[in-house]
Design a protein around this ligand. Structure first.
Ligand code: ADP
Length: 626
């Protein structure tokens, strides 16, 4: 029979497995058992609505069989099984999520084989211990059964076989022992039992194995020299209690961490594990995790939010979106409730009263946990905020600000005075008596905002400024409008709400100079004013009306022809030598004065981070003045 080749990307993973020097080869059993359990989940789910399956939940099981002579360990399940296409697609290529993600990480990490242990690496991991793998399988609802066979890198074969019942049998023929490495351990019943306990205890179907034990022979029981005999009994190796059904005090954080990374196929540890058990109008248990890092696809459409939904231990939905509000979509976990009907459809579920109540409780719970993390574990909260702060801000901006009350206290911004992230509440508590507004400034990064001329006056007054460095920041503050009755005010606003304290001794009339500059610049600016906020800089641009420069930049980046433009107000610092020089030039050399006006405007654009309308004109201008 002609051998088929593995798809190329699978081949690399396969090579790695075959030549693995990884010390935790034992995880292969966990992977194979977990696949068996998934396959049973699928058939079990069908059996809920389809009598033809003819099986009860209690009929499903996974059976382990050891044949020491043939050096094989067989893992059999009576789950959904595979047809020819499934075999090609699932075992001939890395199509599956776990293995694919693993391969991606591997490409990043190169030689770091240790990541094997942290991923669901799936079926291929069996090649760490196997010299040959045979898969006998029959899919539920199909008449034909198949045998897939592979000794690794040289490909695989598929042929038809006879098999009565649906399900899959994975026969792992152990590698030969070498001087350094013995594979016999994986044929020892106690070793296998230990591995099942360690990695697969919570699997919800019985994992059965014939265990051979020794006992005193009945007829020699009373003699002085009792004789022993072996007897064999089929035992269930796992306790089948899912981790979320166990009492919190009986489970170690290590176990939760391991469950998290296996279940959600991620290498990171959760930042926070939330265990709840609720009894009352609705009864449910939930095990929730706040990840410590955003998955690579988190801010894309690929990322699917939702919690796994179980009804009395039976998985009924892989990703129940209804259980999580959009703003907490980063939370992963499972919910198990006996109050939900098993064969509920997705449409019905959306309106299910129990589910709505659970969702509301969960939202409250997550919010409380985050608040308490912020109050008691600032370091971790900042980690959380670095990963998911943007999500909270989106949560405030979306739905017309509907969730702002519950989310605003979770926000953090970098502070000009504290030089670290602060909350709005901390800001307001520190506000000076006469200070009217909560000030913020917008820019690419903290260093750029540090040097913004617009913030000079605020700084000289000792007012704290919140830095908005993400495109969503300003929208967030605009959606909030106020916090504890204090309005937000951008440092770029023309009115900062500050009374000027030094009344001009001789009220000089500067209108002629301002009119000159406005006429020179024409439509480029909507107004030219005398600045109240500049101290050491000659000029700055501020925005008037509802659109800020950051919004202009943002809209033009997402839609270049949007025509969105902030109204530019050019503020002049009339005490600055450069502005004074322009003023003198108006009398002496009007053409030169015009060039100065253009130059100062260009500088204001540059400082505001806005593009020059015509860079080559600008350089010509500079050269002509030199
Ligand atoms: P993963 O489990 O991450 O999807 P695997 O490489 O372990 O990746 O498995 C690939 C696919 O092969 C599975 O998704 C499943 O469709 C199929 N498969 C593996 N083992 C079994 C089994 N015992 N019964 C049915 N299908 C299986």
């Amino acid at each position: 029979m002609a051998k088929k080749q593995f798809k190329s990307e699978s081949k690399r993973l396969l090579d790695l497995m075959i030549n693995s020097i990884y010390t935790h080869k034992e995880i292969f059993l966990r992977e194979i058992i977990s696949n068996a359990s998934d396959a049973i989940d699928k058939l079990c789910f069908i059996s809920l609505t389809d009598d033809k399956v003819g099986m009860d939940r209690s009929d499903f099981k996974i059976t382990l069989t050891v044949d020491k002579d043939a050096r094989t360990l067989t893992v059999a399940d009576n789950g959904i099984g595979m047809d020819r296409d499934d075999l090609e697609n699932n075992l001939g290529t890395i199509a599956s999520s776990g293995s694919y993600k693993f391969k991606q990480e591997l490409d990043k990490a190169q030689d770091d084989v240790d990541i094997i242990g942290q991923f669901g690496v799936g079926f291929y991991s069996a090649f760490m211990v196997a010299k040959k793998i045979t898969v006998n399988t029959k899919k539920y609802g199909c008449d034909t059964a198949y045998c897939w066979q592979s000794s690794g890198a040289d490909g695989y074969t598929v042929k038809e076989i006879e098999k009565d019942a649906p399900g899959t049998e994975i026969i792992i023929e152990m590698k030969d022992n070498t001087d350094d490495e013995s594979y016999d351990e994986f044929l020892e019943q106690y070793r296998i039992q230990g591995l099942v306990k360690k990695y697969s205890d919570y699997i919800r179907y019985p994992i059965m194995m014939d265990m051979t034990r020794s006992r005193v022979k009945e007829e020699t029981k009373d003699s002085e020299n009792p004789e022993y005999e072996d007897y064999t009994e089929t035992e269930t190796l796992n306790s089948m209690v899912p981790i979320w059904q166990r009492r919190k005090q009986d489970v170690t954080q290590d176990e939760y961490d391991r469950f998290y990374s296996e279940k959600f196929m991620t290498a990171d540890k959760p930042l926070k594990t939330i265990v709840t058990s609720v009894e009352g109008v609705v009864t449910y248990k939930a095990l929730l995790f706040i990840p410590s890092a955003a998955p690579y696809d988190y801010y894309t459409k690929e990322y699917k939010k939702g919690l796994q939904l179980y009804s009395s231990g039976v998985l009924i939905m892989e990703n129940c979106e209804e259980l999580l509000p959009e703003h907490f979509r980063f939370v992963r976990g499972i919910v198990d409730s006996a109050d939900l009907s098993l064969n509920i459809s997705r449409e019905m579920l959306q309106h299910d009263r129990h589910l709505l109540t659970i969702a509301q409780n969960i939202e409250k719970k997550i919010k409380n946990e985050l608040n308490s993390m912020l109050a008691n574990d600032r370091e971790n909260y900042e980690k959380f905020f670095a990963a998911f702060g943007r999500q909270l801000k989106y949560g405030i901006v979306s739905d017309y600000g509907m969730h702002k009350d519950e989310l605003q206290d979770l926000l953090m911004f970098y502070s000009s005075t504290e030089k670290k992230l602060v909350t709005l509440s901390e800001y307001v508590d520190r506000m000076k008596d006469e200070q009217k507004f909560i000030y913020f400034a917008t820019g690419e990064n903290a260093a750029a905002i540090d040097t913004l001329p617009q913030t000079e006056l605020l700084r000289s007054k000792g007012y704290e400024i919140l830095y908005c460095t993400e495109d969503v920041d300003e929208f967030t503050l605009q959606s909030l409008m106020t916090y504890k009755e204090k309005k937000f005010c951008s440092a770029a606003n023309d009115d900062l709400g500050i009374e000027s304290d030094e009344k001009d001794e001789e009220e000089k009339d500067n209108s002629a100079l301002l009119t000159f500059v406005k006429e020179t610049l024409g439509d480029k600016v909507s107004e030219v004013t005398e600045s109240k906020k500049l101290v050491s800089h000659p000029v700055c641009l501020t925005a008037k009306g509802g659109i800020s420069f950051e919004m202009e930049k943002y809209f033009n980046s997402v839609q270049p022809d949007s025509g969105m433009k902030a109204q530019r107000v050019l503020e002049l610092n009339l005490n600055h030598p450069a502005v004074k020089a322009m003023e003198s030039a108006v009398e002496a050399d009007i053409e030169k004065a015009k060039k100065y006006a253009e130059l100062l405007y260009s500088q204001a654009l540059l400082i505001a981070g806005l593009p020059l309308e015509n860079p080559s004109e600008y350089t010509d201008l500079v050269c002509s003045l030199m």
